[in-house]
Design a protein around this ligand. Structure first.
Ligand SMILES: C[S@@+](CC[C@H](N)C(=O)[O-])C[C@H]1O[C@@H](n2cnc3c(N)ncnc32)[C@H](O)[C@@H]1O
Length: 393
């Protein structure tokens, strides 16, 4: 992404596919565009976590687009993109999945071209393929089908007659993948059966595919609408019609991970949550970061600095958290430039993360109790002859 060099200093619009939801399925190009954008206009189905890649000064605009609830109309979005580009901005228009797959990306690109402005397309991984894949359903299989059809269950309201020729679609066979069609599943299944598709054709609906909220509902053409009604299954979902659905029985991998279906809130500080969140997500959990702790520097910094300065006078220094280790050594190395200034003080650390943080400062941990509580340190001290004559920081 390079800043525009055109004479009129107009900006440029990047129509960027945000992928289906899993942050790992965003392209490197998309990330690069987000990191450099002046303005980001994003949709309901674009994972908002990727907005954290944006520059602090970037203007972030939600364009909505949850079915039937539009924060901005399509005409307003087009106008906004054109206005911002005329103002010389680099704009990322972030759209769920791929921008040119049922995403109105073409309409936006046309509005930009008509305004004489520049644009680029950054394709994304579409939910039409990734959704089934994360449900263990390959859209093609040599033994099952030789073509795939994508169709929409939600047609433009302006269309008086369905543009989908169900007779042709039914005759075509193969795998059919429907987007935006949960509400229409009954009518779609009815049309297909009326046009000769067998009632026992396997069908799967994958909702919030590739996210921690993914759920899959399977059935047959005959009973899928009933199953949707019974389970209260809701959009957004992709529907797969075809024999490939039966492969899920062996290939379902994503929903079989140990924490699949579990929602977990991580209350650590925003800075510290990342590693734990990533591990929980890798095990299948749906993780929310909700920091309930904020680490603040000591209120009396002078007093704290004095304690650090005198650390060598203590027999033991007990660290109870990685944050405590960081706070201590930040001051310590402002006061001293040699680790040996810690003198003969021994170091105890509660918990493996705390101990590791101490080691990161190239210092040996003399005591690490098996239980991760302060009382365990005291018990250890007592085993070693009591705490009566010890100076402990
Ligand atoms: C307006 S279309 C946009 C499709 C998008 N451009 C793409 O390539 O995935 C919205 C529809 O995409 C499907 N969809 C998008 N993301 C999805 C997800 N994570 N899980 C299931 N369906 C999804 C649903 O059928 C939804 O109604």
């Amino acid at each position: 992404m390079s800043k525009s060099t055109s004479k009129d200093q107009s900006g440029k619009v990047y129509l960027v596919g945000a992928g289906p939801g899993d942050l790992g399925l965003v392209t490197l190009r998309a990330k690069e565009c987000i990191e450099r954008a002046d303005v980001i206009v994003y949709d309901h189905l674009a994972n908002p976590e990727m907005l954290s890649w944006a520059r602090e000064e970037a203007e972030i605009i939600y364009a909505g687009k949850k079915a039937g609830e539009h924060a901005l109309s399509q005409a307003e979005i087009n106008k906004l993109l054109v206005e911002k580009a005329h103002a010389g901005k680099e704009i990322v228009r972030l759209k769920g999945g791929d921008p040119f797959v049922f995403g109105r990306g073409a309409e936006e690109a046309k509005a930009i071209v008509d305004a004489g402005l520049a644009f680029e397309i950054v394709p994304g991984i579409t939910s039409a393929i990734a959704g089934p894949a994360y449900a263990g359903i390959p859209v093609t299989h040599r033994a099952e089908n030789s073509h795939v059809t994508f169709f929409t269950g939600h047609e433009a309201p302006s269309k008086t007659k369905s543009a989908i020729d169900y007779a042709a679609l039914s005759k075509l066979g193969g795998t059919q993948v429907m987007l935006m069609g949960v509400e229409k599943i009954e009518a779609v299944a009815r049309e297909m059966m009326a046009n000769g598709v067998r009632g026992d054709l396997p069908v799967a609906l994958v909702r919030w595919a590739t996210t921690g909220r993914q759920e899959t509902l399977t059935g047959t053409l005959e009973n899928i609408a009933k199953r949707v009604a019974e389970t209260g299954f809701e959009a957004p979902a992709v529907a797969v019609f075809g024999d490939v659905v039966t492969l899920r029985k062996d290939l379902n991998w994503y929903e079989r991970r140990p924490l699949s279906g579990k929602r977990i809130v991580v209350t650590r500080t925003r800075k510290q949550a990342g590693a734990l969140t990533a591990q929980l997500r890798a095990l299948g959990a749906d993780v929310f970061e909700l920091p309930t702790i904020r680490i603040e520097p000591p209120t009396d910094l002078r007093e704290f600095a004095k304690l650090v300065q005198d650390a060598h006078q203590y027999d033991w220094i007990v660290f109870t958290s990685p944050n405590g280790v960081d706070a201590f050594f930040e001051i310590f190395y402002k006061l001293y430039d040699d680790a040996r200034e810690i003198g003969g003080a021994k170091i105890a650390a509660i918990g493996p993360a705390t101990a590791q943080r101490v080691r990161n400062f190239r210092l040996h941990v003399d005591l690490q109790p098996e239980e991760f509580v302060a009382e365990a340190v005291v018990r250890q001290f007592q085993k070693q002859g009591g705490v009566e004559n010890l100076r402990i920081l």
